[in-house]
Design a protein around this ligand. Structure first.
Ligand code: GDP
Length: 309
C-alpha cells in the first residue's frame, strides 16, 4: 500500500500520525508545503516540513501544534533584548534544526537533501519531500500591500483583510526529485486536511504537480479542513473567501475537482454530500475532528477503507 500525502502543518501532522499507525511508515511519502518558509535571523525556517517531521518523530508540541515538546524560548528573549524581531516563536532546541538546515543549504545541499537528513536523524521512516527545492513563497495581498505569509499569519495574527494570494517563484520552480514519481507510483494519494490556499495551494502551484495528480492511476482522496462552515483552526476560511470559494467542504471540492476522486467530509456537513457528488466526487461522511490519537487513527482508517471500496 504505497501512500503519497500532500501536507501542510497542524492538520496534516495529525492525519499522518494516524496513517503511520495503520501502514508501515516507510510506505508513506509526504510532499510538504514550503510556501510558508521564511528567513528569521538569517536562518531558513521551513515550518510545515518541521511540523510533519516532528509529528512523525513523536517530538511535536501537540498543544501548540508546532515546535518541539518541552522546548524553551531563552534565545528568543535574548534576541528581543537585543532589539531583534521576536514575533516569530523559535524554540531553543528547534533552533538546532534551523541552524543545521541553513548551514547545509549554504554549503550547497538542496532542501530535499537537508529534509531527508533531518528526518533520518530524528528516526522518521516515512519519506518527506519538499514540493520543490526552489523557493515558492506564499504572498498575501492586504489593503496596505503584499505581506509574506508569516508576516500575515504570525505578525499580524491573520487579522488583516485579504484581497488575494500569490505564490512567488512558482512559475520558475520544478518539483523536487521524487515528487512526480511518488504521485505517479502511489496506490493512493491523500490530500491532508490542510489550508487549501496556503498549504496545498503552493504545492499545486509547482508546475507538473496538479498534472501528475490528474494523470496518476492512484485514487486521490482529500479530507476537508473545513467543518461546519469554518476551518478547524487557522485562516483557511478568510483565504478561501478571498479566492472566491465557498467556505465549506463544497469549496474544497471545487478547488480540487480537476483531479479529486473522494472527499472526506465531517458528519456535521452530511447535507453537503449531494453537492459533492454533483461535482463528480465521491463523498465519504465520517467524524473528522482529530481530538486525540484514537480519532487520528479512526479518520485514517475511514479514509483507507473508502479508498479500498
Ligand atoms: P494553517 O494553520 O491554516 O496555516 O494551515 P495548516 O495547513 O498548517 O493546518 C491547519 C488546517 O488543518 C486548517 O485548515 C484546519 O481547519 C485543519 N485542521 C486542523 N485540525 C483538524 C482536524 O482535526 N480535522 C480536520 N478536518 N481539519 C483539521
Amino acid at each position: 500500500m504505497r501512500i503519497t500525502a500532500l501536507a501542510g502543518g497542524t492538520g496534516a501532522a495529525k492525519l499522518l500520525r494516524g496513517l503511520a499507525v495503520l501502514v508501515p511508515p516507510e510506505q508513506i511519502t509526504v510532499i510538504g508545503n514550503t510556501g510558508d518558509d521564511t528567513q528569521i535571523w538569517g536562518l531558513h525556517i521551513s515550518p510545515d516540513l518541521d511540523t510533519v517531521t516532528y509529528a512523525l518523530a513523536g517530538l511535536l508540541d501537540e498543544e501548540k501544534g508546532w515546535g518541539l515538546r518541552d522546548d524553551t524560548f531563552m534565545c528568543l528573549a535574548a534576541m528581543a533584548a537585543l532589539g531583534q524581531e521576536a514575533w516569530f516563536n523559535l524554540g531553543d532546541r528547534d533552533l538546532a534544526t534551523h541552524l543545521f538546515r541553513t548551514e547545509r543549504l549554504a554549503a550547497g545541499q538542496s532542501l530535499s537533501e537537508v529534509t531527508t537528513a533531518i528526518r533520518r536523524a530524528l528516526g522518521v521512516r516515512s519519506r518527506i519531500l519538499p514540493a520543490s527545492d526552489a523557493p515558492v513563497a506564499t504572498r498575501v495581498l492586504t489593503p496596505t500591500g503584499w505581506l509574506g505569509f508569516q508576516e500575515f499569519f504570525v505578525r499580524e495574527k491573520a487579522q488583516v483583510e485579504v484581497l488575494d494570494v500569490a505564490y512567488a517563484g512558482a512559475d520558475q520552480a520544478s518539483p523536487a526529485p521524487g515528487v512526480l514519481e511518488a504521485i505517479r507510483t502511489a496506490v493512493v494519494v491523500v490530500i491532508c486536511p490542510s489550508n487549501p490556499i496556503t498549504s496545498i495551494g503552493p504545492i499545486l502551484a509547482v508546475p507538473g504537480i496538479a498534472e501528475a495528480l490528474a494523470a496518476t492511476s492512484a485514487r486521490v482522496l482529500a479530507v476537508s479542513p473545513i467543518v461546519g462552515g469554518a476551518p478547524v483552526s487557522g485562516p483557511a476560511g478568510k483565504l478561501m473567501a478571498a479566492k472566491g470559494l465557498p467556505v465549506s467542504a463544497v469549496g474544497v471540492a471545487k478547488l480540487y475537482r480537476p483531479w479529486l476522486d473522494l472527499l472526506v467530509l465531517d458528519r456535521r456537513d452530511e447535507r453537503l454530500a449531494p453537492e459533492v457528488t454533483a461535482l463528480g466526487i465521491t463523498p465519504v461522511v465520517t467524524g473528522t475532528m482529530m481530538t486525540d490519537r484514537g480519532a487520528e487513527v479512526a479518520l485514517a482508517r475511514a479514509a483507507l477503507e473508502a479508498l479500498a471500496r
